[in-house]
Design a protein around this ligand. Structure first.
Ligand SMILES: [Zn+2]
Length: 103
């Protein structure tokens, strides 16, 4: 599909972000056919600000923060008192989803 639309096989994050800002007609059309679900989401590390665009996966949790998988837990913002924090690996290419849940 990428070939058919004349996109290079590998895009950089900047190119993806540029497309997001000015989506070409075929992308708008393709989204309209997908019951309004976003095709790409922007993932951003809360610690260092690294970001990338990724296709959302159904199994991703509803996260409070994202962090690169090479940051320590002590680099993250403190959880609110009383919440239970869980981490889910494997979001995007390098992110850990931090999920704070109030019991
Ligand atoms: Zn980071």
């Amino acid at each position: 599909m990428a070939k058919r639309h004349g996109l290079p096989p590998k895009m950089t994050v900047d190119e993806l972000v540029a497309i997001e800002r000015t989506p070409p007609a075929w992308l708008v059309q393709s989204r309209a056919n997908r019951t309004g679900k976003p095709v790409w989401v922007e993932l951003e590390c809360v610690v260092c600000g690294y970001h990338e665009a990724a296709r959302p996966k159904k199994w991703w949790p509803e996260y409070t923060y994202l962090s690169c998988d090479d940051h320590g837990a002590d680099e993250l913002p403190e959880p609110e008192p009383g919440v239970v924090r869980a981490e889910v690996d494997g979001v995007g290419s390098r992110f850990v989803a931090i999920v704070d849940v109030a019991p």
